[in-house]
Design a protein around this ligand. Structure first.
Ligand code: S3P
Length: 430
């Protein structure tokens, strides 16, 4: 579906976002293998998290959903059942990779596939550690979905991961639940730690020592009420829109502010943005708070900068929208050490560059980097999501600041993480 996006003068109001996608996946998977009932509140409305629920149901877990409230009747570590048909992970890399860790520990085989985009995403990164633990996994060309996961008795490993990926870390920790003894993962840089927090919240023994995370196998996990913080990666689109449109004033409520996710705020502040944290509290071991972004009527003075090293891993999902801000910044933005962007829902170096180019913005790309000079104007253009939710939303934000109406092709891709995105946005126009 094409969608016309008119420029906006400013955005103002209070924003409530869907539950965090990363946290929702983990709660659904772990509540399923805990004992007893969990009630998950503010569960993500995105299609990706619906894929996880469908997979868990297909594995025999009773799950009911009413709006954003999901009730999971946990079946315990040994209660999953062989699915009667192949599991469909849809567009969701988190579903296929993290669930593979759980499936590796089952006494049956499971087939799991996904959509066209997922079918191009690398799985070797989880296959290597899970095979070392004793699972046998078949993949197309040894690397791509569909996967056939022949689970079985697992043995603990100490895995040193070559990739900065919370999905890989989580797959190994989830498999470690089924292996008697201590399983550990050491990451090259710290990635989001929602799995560690959720596992602990449900009763597992997880220990963190620098970049090493260790889990004890065969824990007793029990269901409970779980409240999902709103998605900071969804907040990113509104924070950047608020900075790009002079006179904006947005308050974003109940956002997850886990320090492994707030590198975005550090980057925006280092570029000169004023973002206040109005209130924060702990919920289920996660930090949740309200954010306020304001830009003066004369426009926010946004400096450029360089995003590199650990910082890149910390903002990996927000880079598309940061690239848009970079084009309008004073010195421009350089993003380095970002080869992972090439294997997201789309090749995000290519799709960001393509859309910026259509808007008349100069950009240089490299195998693992991009350089966007500053002080550039965003021209009205026909934009394309290329089926990637974050590309859709990043360039709708760009369209708000363009010099005329833009079209977004395949605009509904946003619903993978944020089905209400357009409605929320329209409600904030000044
Ligand atoms: C996620 C981890 C990141 C991120 C993805 C969600 C997670 O992927 O890009 O959107 O929930 O663990 P990688 O683990 O591939 O870096």
């Amino acid at each position: 579906m094409d969608r016309k996006i008119s420029p906006a003068d400013s955005l103002s109001g209070v924003v409530r976002l869907p539950g965090d996608k990363s946290i929702s996946h983990r709660y659904a998977m772990l509540a399923s293998i805990a004992e007893g009932r969990s009630e998950i509140h503010n569960y993500s409305s995105g299609a990706d998290c619906a894929s996880t629920l469908a997979c868990m149901r297909a594995l025999g877990v009773p799950i009911e959903q009413r709006g954003d409230r999901v009730t999971v009747e946990g079946v315990g570590l040994d209660g999953l059942q062989r699915a009667s048909k192949a599991l469909d992970a849809g567009n969701s890399g988190s579903t296929i990779r993290m669930l593979s860790g759980i499936l590796a520990g089952q006494p049956f085989a499971t087939n799991i596939f996904g959509d066209e985009s997922l079918t191009r995403r690398p799985m070797q990164r989880i296959m290597t550690p899970l095979a070392a633990m004793g699972a046998k996994i078949d993949a197309r060309d040894g690397n791509y979905p569909p996967l056939v996961i022949h689970g079985g008795k697992l043995t603990p490993i100490d895995y040193v991961s070559p990739v900065a990926s919370a999905q890989v870390k989580s797959a190994v920790l989830f498999a470690g639940l089924f292996a008697p003894g201590t399983t550990s993962v050491t990451e090259p840089v710290a990635t989001r730690n929602h799995s560690e927090i959720a596992l602990r919240e449900l009763g597992a023994d997880v220990r963190v020592d620098g970049l090493r995370v260790a889990i004890q196998g065969r824990p007793r996990m029990t269901g409970r009420r779980l409240d999902v913080a709103s998605d900071i990666s969804g907040a990113a689109f509104f924070l950047v829109a608020g900075l790009l449109l002079p006179g904006s004033d947005l308050t974003i409520e109940g956002v997850g502010l886990n320090p492994t996710r707030t590198a975005l705020l550090d980057v925006l502040r280092s570029m000169g943005a004023t973002i206040e944290i109005l209130r924060s509290e702990a919920r289920n071991g996660e930090i949740v708070g309200d954010l306020r972004v304001r830009s003066p009527a004369s426009g926010a003075a946004i400096d450029g900068g360089v995003i590199a090293g650990d910082m890149t891993a910390g903002v990996i999902d927000e880079i598309p929208v940061l690239a848009v801000l970079g084009a309008c910044s004073r010195q421009g933005l350089e993003i380095r050490d970002a080869a992972e962007l090439r294997v997201k829902e789309t090749d995000r170096i290519a799709t960001v560059a393509e859309n910026l180019g259509r808007m008349g913005v100069a950009v240089e790309t490299f195998p693992d980097a991009m350089r966007i000079p500053g002080n550039q104007k965003l021209r009205a253009a026909e934009l394309d999501s290329f089926g990637d939710h974050r590309i859709a939303m990043a360039f709708v934000v760009a369209a708000l600041a363009a010099d005329g109406p833009c079209t977004m092709r395949d605009a509904e891709a946003a619903s993978v993480s944020f089905p209400e995105f357009y409605e929320v946005l329209e409600g904030l126009r000044g």
